[in-house]
Design a protein around this ligand. Structure first.
Ligand code: PBG
Length: 308
């Protein structure tokens, strides 16, 4: 009766990985229950997501072939666009279909953008590709695109490309404050990332707070519909400040490594897994995220309904 913070299935987003050309779903190290999906197993997850009453799914496509430019990301018949098209045909508007708008799954070097002749990420050349990719994902049926690449100006370019092509009602989930985090470890495995080195030239320094608020302000000015802070647990202060500062919904992403920590601790009997999951979700909600992206979305929806 007196609880201040409540969780609801409809505010959860489930990230899903779909891999081109695999005969069976493939498990991902460190993330029990999370797999690279085939078309069939992906379809079943979309069904479960609707039945569980969660808000949406965030789709990551893993292509069979990569190149320097990440061109499979722009292929309207490629793994990501096809998955979005299938999911939308399956559910229409019963679930929010979100496409990850980034190149890292598609580039042979694993960076979120294309490289210049010196091997550094070329921000502005990448923006052009993001604009085209936005159009491809929206044409495939995405209700929303998640701009996760941390290029400067990406939200503005994507908004313009969407509007110019008749997709004025496609929303932008802006990863505004995305830190260069060690907690993306298992995700790199999930998308078979080819990355050497790190993303510190474009993702945020974990020591910075004010810089995040600036990033948030810039994304809002460029047309962000939802602001994301990521990862969640190590950045609850940033999430809290952001949620107070903006008048759009605030989201946070409990990332792969954060999930892996809990799963590993629970597997060795150190904590009560279900209580741990709900406590973490509550903390993220309490810190101001009205939308939570979590690999536990389906299970959490059940736990919430059971009233745990
Ligand atoms: C980049 C992207 C990453 C994640 C989501 N989108 C990886 C990165 O920035 O290195 C990580 C999510 C997770 O760890 O669960 N497209």
């Amino acid at each position: 009766m007196v609880r201040e913070t409540r969780l609801e299935p409809s505010s959860l987003i489930l990230p899903l990985f779909i891999r081109e050309g695999i005969p069976e779903p493939r498990p991902i190290a460190g993330m029990p229950g999370v797999v690279q999906h085939t078309k069939d197993s992906f379809r079943r997850q979309i069904d479960l997501a609707v039945k569980a009453g969660i808000g949406g799914v965030m789709i990551f496509g893993i292509p069979a072939k990569r190149d320097e430019q990440g061109s499979e990301g722009l292929n309207p018949e490629g793994v990501l666009a096809a998955a979005i098209r299938d999911a939308r045909a399956q559910v229409n508007d019963d679930l929010v279909i979100i496409g990850d708008l980034c190149l890292d799954e598609f580039t042979s070097h694993g960076h979120c953008g294309v490289l210049n002749s010196k091997g550094a990420v070329d921000n502005d050349a990448t923006l052009e590709i993001y604009g085209q990719m936005a159009q491809v994902l929206a044409s495939a049926g995405a209700h929303m695109v998640g701009t996760s690449g941390m290029m400067d100006g990406q939200v503005g370019v994507v908004r313009k490309a969407l509007d110019a092509n008749g997709f004025t009602d496609v929303l932008i989930l802006a990863y505004a404050a995305k830190y260069a985090s060690a907690f993306y470890g298992p995700f790199r495995d999930a998308v078979e990332s080819q990355l050497q080195g790190d993303r510190r030239t474009y993702q945020q320094d974990p020591g910075n707070f004010k810089e995040s608020l600036r990033e948030v302000r810039l994304d809002l000015a460029q047309g962000a519909d939802i602001i994301m802070v990521k990862p969640a647990l190590a950045y609850l202060d940033v999430l809290y400040a952001t949620s107070l500062a903006v008048d759009v919904p605030t989201a946070s992403y409990i990332v792969s490594g954060e999930m892996a920590m809990v799963e590993a601790a629970a597997a060795q009997g150190s904590l009560d897994r279900e209580r741990g999951i709900l406590e973490i979700l509550s903390s993220v909600r309490r810190a101001g995220a009205s939308i939570i992206c979590t690999y536990w979305a389906l299970e959490a929806a059940e736990l919430i309904k059971k009233g745990l």
